[in-house]
Design a protein around this ligand. Structure first.
Ligand SMILES: Nc1ncnc2c1ncn2[C@@H]1O[C@H](COP(=O)(O)OP(=O)(O)OP(=O)(O)O)[C@@H](O)[C@H]1O
Length: 239
């Protein structure tokens, strides 16, 4: 395992036509931790995740995934990262099995290892037997599970989850969380956005709060404990 942080973000700035969204955002994910990505609608969570995954170009600042810059060395950065977007993308005309083989090949996994890990994750998320189903025929939850497996297959060190637990049945989410805990024990780190604030408050050790006007706060220690006790959190909404 490398000593390099799974993810570091340094002085990230991003503005759209209507104003700044991310302002000098700086933080790093430590091996083994889970960090909540918090903020109301339009706060900039997807923009941040897009800048990390190489999907959106920051105006200033940098991102490193296991030390690799997604803009100058996307292949190495992608090897470090597993991303489940809020709206997962699957090739509609591929079967689940073909989709996962395609992802494993893109991540240069050896065939035997990829097949064994695919089978294990399909079983874990209750998708065993769905390998032959076309992606366009999957239910929403099944599609999300396929996207989660695609993101985790190559054992990334930086796991980025955008509302990834949405629509998962309870046993599947419990098994996914246990899997993520096992990955964390091996040195992976998780950045998760979720509207289930009770869950992220309990599971994550810190919270990155994005606010209007490109403001941000990393809530940790007592500030994180206070946020978890806040009435707005108990009411189910945190800003
Ligand atoms: N491609 C774009 N062009 C212009 N403005 C954009 C673009 N994408 C996002 N924005 C604006 O940037 C701000 C942040 O949007 P973003 O999607 O990052 O927020 P979010 O926190 O992910 O929101 P939500 O919780 O609703 O998904 C919003 O004001 C949005 O209108």
């Amino acid at each position: 395992m490398t000593d390099m942080a799974p993810l570091s973000v340094d002085g990230l700035r991003k503005a759209y036509r209507r104003g700044p969204v991310l302002g000098d955002l700086t933080f790093a994910l430590r091996a083994g931790e889970a960090v909540a990505l918090l903020g109301g609608n339009g706060a900039g969570k997807s923009t941040l995740l897009g800048c990390i995954t190489g999907d959106r170009v920051p105006d200033r600042g940098g991102v490193r995934l296991c030390g690799h810059d997604p803009f100058s060395d996307l292949a190495a950065a992608a090897q470090c990262m597993g991303f489940v977007p809020e709206t997962p993308f699957l090739y509609p005309e591929l079967t689940v099995g073909e989709m996962l083989q395609f992802v494993a090949a893109a991540r240069a996994m050896d065939e035997g290892g990829a097949a064994a890990e695919t089978a294990r994750l399909l079983e874990l998320l209750g998708l065993a037997g769905a390998e032959g189903t076309l992606c366009r025929e999957l239910s929403q939850g099944m599609g999300r599970k396929t996207a989660i497996i695609a993101a985790l297959l190559h054992r990334p060190r930086a796991i980025l989850l955008d509302e990834a637990l949405n629509g998962l049945d309870r046993p599947s989410s419990a098994r996914l969380i246990a899997e993520l805990d096992a990955r964390r024990a091996e040195g992976a780190a998780v950045l998760i956005s979720s509207h289930d604030l009770e869950f992220v408050g309990e599971w994550c050790g810190r919270g990155l709060m994005l606010e209007p006007g490109a403001r941000w706060t990393m809530l940790e220690g007592e500030a994180w404990e206070q946020w978890k006790r806040a009435p707005s959190l108990r009411a189910g909404w945190g800003d």
